[in-house]
Ligand binder design. Structure first.
Ligand code: SAM
Length: 288
């Protein structure tokens, strides 16, 4: 790990402990939840929890992610790169290299972009290995064994397109660092497409309007006032953000299209104050 990345990880962990306070019971509760979450990542076969979906197709990505993702992917040329964070089996990437995809995108011609899948656990299938053998070297790459924050900028390189469909953006406890990593890896004009389940959307009334719903990702100001995830994303410098609620989906979603427009990215800090393991976990952050 590069020194800069190591320092950022240490700072993120340190601030997290500051917010958790000195209480040992809070620490051990957090450790317990982190251990439970680890079990979800390691789960295999029948032990994979029903809500932990690792095999979404490219069609599911197109349906779930913001409008524009399908076009951004189709526009990639042979020197462009697509990063899918939290790729699971990497099925969406495999679907991109099929004749079916070509038939559905007649406007696309010539060699395609290269794709990198990142997953904590290795969920590659026989189909992944067969496709990798058939394609040119480095056309598709699968990195596992680490979280996004554990890669150096040099290892990641630059991407024109980044996606995350219930991957790290939904699972991480270090959301500020996560966004710094994503935006650091995006080229100027590159776009990050992602979503969150069960979150207060941009135009929604306050949390009291949703007394029965479980909010999976919450941000609060130090005085306890609610901050929408969309507003927090819009407060990042050098990005253009579009948020769209999809209240009719089950569970309800908010989807995000984040375009990098300049290089001086500053992500307002969030301290994690609550984490409960799940698929995805329940997380609460306080704006620093
Ligand atoms: C529920 S699966 C989603 C898989 C895939 N996107 C799909 O929709 O089929 C969650 C994925 O996110 C990955 N993940 C969670 N946190 C991550 C992080 N911080 N960095 C990289 N991958 C992460 C997990 O290892 C897993 O591959």
């Amino acid at each position: 790990m590069q020194i800069q990345t190591a320092i950022r990880v240490l700072v993120a962990l340190f601030t997290q402990f500051l917010w958790m306070g000195p209480s040992h019971s809070a620490d051990s509760a957090l450790d317990r939840e982190a251990a439970k979450q680890e079990e979800v990542y390691k789960s295999l076969g029948e032990n994979v929890p029903a809500g932990y979906v690792v095999d979404r197709s490219l069609l599911a990505y197109v349906a779930g992610l913001p409008a524009g993702f399908d076009r951004s992917l189709a526009d990639l040329g042979p020197t462009d790169r697509w990063l899918d964070i939290g790729a699971g089996e990497g099925k969406a990437i495999l679907d991109y290299y099929t004749p079916r995809y070509d038939a559905m995108h007649p406007q696309r011609r010539g060699p395609k972009g290269r794709a990198v899948a990142i997953s904590i656990e290795d969920r590659r299938t026989a189909r992944w290995h067969e496709t990798a053998k058939r394609l040119d070297a480095n056309q598709i790459t699968y990195w596992s064994g680490r979280r996004l924050r554990e890669y150096s900028p040099e290892e990641l390189g630059r991407f024109q397109l980044v996606t995350d469909l219930t991957g790290g953006f939904s699972y991480t406890r270090t959301l500020t660092l996560f966004m710094e990593m994503v935006l650091g890896a995006l080229d100027l004009d590159g776009v990050f497409y992602t979503l969150l389940l069960d979150v207060l959307p941009e135009g929604a009334a306050g949390p009291s309007a949703y007394p029965d719903s479980l909010l999976l990702t919450e941000i609060q100001r130090p005085d306890g006032a609610s901050v929408r995830v969309c507003s927090w994303l819009k407060s990042i410098s050098c990005v253009e953000v579009r948020c769209e609620a999809k209240p009719d989906w089950s569970p309800p979603l908010e989807v995000y299209r984040i375009r990098k427009v300049c290089n001086d990215v500053v992500v307002p800090g969030l301290a994690p104050v609550h984490f409960e393991a799940g698929t995805p976990p329940e997380r609460r952050f306080v704006l620093k």
